[in-house]
Design a protein. Sequence first.
Length: 173
Amino acid sequence: MFYDLLKTRRSIRKFQDKEVEREKLDLILKSALLAPSSRSIRPWEFIVVSDKELLNKLSKCREHSSQFLSGAKHAIIVIADAEKSDVCVEDASIASIVIQLAAQSQGLGSCWIQVRNRFRNKEESAGNYIKELMHIPEKYCVESIIAIGYPNENKKPYDENDSAYDKIHYDSF
């Protein structure tokens, strides 16, 4: 059930040293290609990274919060063509969560690394670092990197009793 998938999907930052089957990775990517986008423009594109050296370099895209990527088996860099759509950020975000949910449905762990509007250091943005490293044309925005692999940590599912029901409003605020 979809609700159960949402309750059990947690950010995983520790991964097993176990190969991810090609069929599982292909299903994640096919799912990403089905992600909804404004006016079906589909401004997003995906760069799959499996090379350990590249994963290590990508893990240094931010001062904090990205180092765990070096332990993942794969990363999917989600980029979007800003010339195609004025809402490419939203479209790339939707694709990013579809990737995470597809990974979860395959028994894999994932974690979103925010790239857009984040910095590698005081002089360089995370997006520019990744663009240069991965030879991404200037017109693309780098939204996120999704780390993927078999989890090497157990996290409890979300408890629906802890949900912020006070954030739900009907008919007006």
